[in-house]
Every structure is written in structure tokens, then in C-alpha cells.
Design a protein around this ligand. Sequence first.
Ligand code: B12
Ligand code: SF4
Ligand code: SF4
Length: 305
Amino acid sequence: MIAIKRRAAELGFAATGIARLDRNPHADELDRWLADGHAGTMTYLHRQAEKRKDPRLVMAGAKTAVVTLTNYFHGDRIPNPEPRVPRVAQYAWSSDYHDVLGRRLEQLASAIREIVPGSATRCYVDAGPVPERELAQLAGLGWIGKNMMLIHPDIGSFTFIGVVLTDAGLEPDLPFEADRCGTCRRCLDACPTQAFAGPRDLDARACISYLTIEHRDEFTATEATQVGDWLFGCDVCQDVCPWNVSFARATLDPGFAPRPDIARPDVAQLVTMNEQEFERRYDGTPFTRPGHRGMRRNASAVREP
Ligand code: B12
Ligand code: SF4
Ligand code: SF4
């Protein structure tokens, strides 16, 4: 399977591993997390649960997952050092990663189909019912930290996970069994909203990333205070992680070149911008997920804490 990994490296993936598909060994954790209400209004996670618990159900005949990591770190741990300057999480500083990675994964998938003639493939990045962090751990790419992030021992956690499912029976890598968090709990203590109910148990309802990206309603007064300086997403539980402090290196990947209009947008303009103007400026960027209404809500909360 060296040929597949070589092709993945040529396509710009920072690390690639192979996992055999089986029932998710942490299916009970997912059930408990959902039953505790920690998914908030992300009802799609309830609907997708059976597939996440057994990824063989995602694609008929699927046997293997080829799992990739892509580094998106931009080398700036505190992008806006001045107080009260709105911040955008680093994963969103460039054009939509779903598009860039989707294209690269399709190229990797076609290499798999050439290497294993007659095989079928299907690509996923973020948007499908695939337990991506679990598969990355099973493919030997790292461990799941107390902040729930997949941490690669040489790269850290500022990575996107992309997956190609295939019915080809590829030789799997060994899972990454070690838990290298040890006694550390910096992420849990640093979270500005204390959103962690415990290690590897994030109550999304209190997470700034959920509030600013996934939450559809207007903010309550408490939520508006909780988001603090974050206009879109949040990096705190990754910024403080010693594995990122030591190993995260800025990417030079042109596909993820930072765009100032997204990394540091004009918040006053966002509050007053009409929908047509929003679409003209931000089409094809991560801001389309909360959309015009959501970004205006976020911008208002950041401006008037
Ligand atoms: C829903 C979602 C969110 C929600 C909920 C987050 C959460 N912690 O679950 C919200 C909106 C809050 C969110 C935020 C973020 N997200 Co998000 N999100 C997802 C999504 C779509 C599903 C995740 C999910 O199923 N959550 C439910 C939990 C219960 O499942 P899980 O995370 O897979 O956790 C499993 C393991 O923890 C395991 N487990 C439990 N205990 C143990 C113990 C051991 C030893 C092991 C091995 C496993 C294990 O059991 C769980 C259930 O199977 C994935 C994409 C995908 N399709 O998987 C991206 C994804 C997880 N997000 C991602 C990113 C980048 C982020 C943010 C960093 C964005 C930002 N900067 O604002 C934050 C980080 C917040 C955080 N600390 O988790 C990346 C993570 C990449 C990585 N290196 O880990 C993903 C994989 C998208 C991608 N393709 O790159 N996200
Ligand atoms: S992303 Fe921010 S708010 Fe969410 S758990 Fe991490 S530190 Fe807390
Ligand atoms: S900050 Fe510490 S506990 Fe949290 S994920 Fe990193 S190593 Fe693990």
C-alpha cells in the first residue's frame, strides 16, 4: 500500500493511514454523548448515529478506509493580539476546505482504483456520516486527546481529516494505541466557556465553535457573552495543547493560503452588510455555513459584548 501513500504525499496530504472497517469500538461513547444532549441542535448527528457506529453501513461492500491528514496551521497562535479584536478560527482562514480537499481526495480515489482494478471508492471530508477521528486513530495517525481532537505526534491537531472508503481489502496499519495526554489537562482548564463535561466529553451547546457556526437561533444574553472575541469558531483548546506548541508548523500549501478578508474581516461591515453583498463576498468560504444571518448575529455579539 506504499503506492497509495506515495500518491497521497504527492497530492499534499501530510500523513496517510489505512484502517479496516469494523463496528466502531467507541459506539457506546457516541450513544452516551447523544443521550446527554451534548449534540445540541445538531440533529443530523442523531440521524447518522447507526452509520457512525458501524461505518461499513456508509457504503455497500466497504472494507477499508484510507485516512488522510492535511495541515492547516498558519503559524499565528494569537492572530489578533489586541484586545477585543474579533478572531476567526484558523481552519477557516482560506477558501472552503471541503472543495480543496474534495478534489484532492477524488484524485487519491482514482489512484486507488488504478492500483486495485475493479474497486469502488467514495470520498468524505467533514460532511458525511463517517466517524473521522475514530478512523484516523484506527489508521495509526494519532490519538484522540482530552479535547477530542485527533493529535498526530509529529504534526499536532491543526489538521483536516479526509477519508476515502473503498471495497478494496487493503492491508491496514496498526491503530495508534498510546494516549499521550498523560496527566495534562490544559485544554479542559483553558476552555473559555468550560464546555468540557470531562475528558473527551464536549458539551457542544456551550462550545463557541458550535454557537458561532452550527447554532441557528439568535443568541441569548449568556451565549452572546460566551462567544467573547470569537467571530467564527474557536482555537483555544488547540492553542494551549503542548503537542501543538511544540510541533505545529505553518503550512505553505497554496490551497490553504490565508485570505485577509476571512482571517480578519471588517466586523462593522458584517453587521450592516445586506444578503446580496454577503453572498458576493463570501461565496465559497466557510462563512456560508452560518450564512448572512448567522454571521451578522456573531458580528453583533462580538461588537457589543
Ligand atoms: C459535529 C462536529 C463538531 C461539533 C461537535 C464537536 C465534537 N467534539 O464532537 C462542533 C461544532 C462543536 C465542532 C467543533 C470543532 N470541530 Co468539528 N466536527 C464535527 C463532525 C461533523 C462530527 C463529530 C462527531 O461525530 N462528534 C460526536 C463525538 C461524540 O464523536 P467523535 O468526535 O468522533 O468522538 C469519538 C471519539 O472521541 C471516541 N472516543 C471516546 N472516548 C475515546 C477514547 C479513546 C481511547 C479513543 C481512541 C476514542 C474515544 O468516541 C467518540 C464517538 O465515536 C466532524 C466530522 C466527522 N464527520 O466526523 C468534525 C471534526 C471533528 N471537526 C473538526 C474541527 C477542525 C473542529 C474545530 C477545531 C473547528 C474550530 N476551530 O472551531 C472545533 C473543535 C472543537 C472540539 N474540541 O472538538 C475536524 C477535527 C480534525 C482533528 N484533527 O481532530 C473534523 C474531523 C472535521 C474534519 N474532517 O476535519 N465540530
Ligand atoms: S473550541 Fe473553544 S469553546 Fe469549544 S471546547 Fe474548545 S476551547 Fe472550548
Ligand atoms: S492540552 Fe493536554 S490534555 Fe489537552 S489534548 Fe493536549 S495534551 Fe491532551
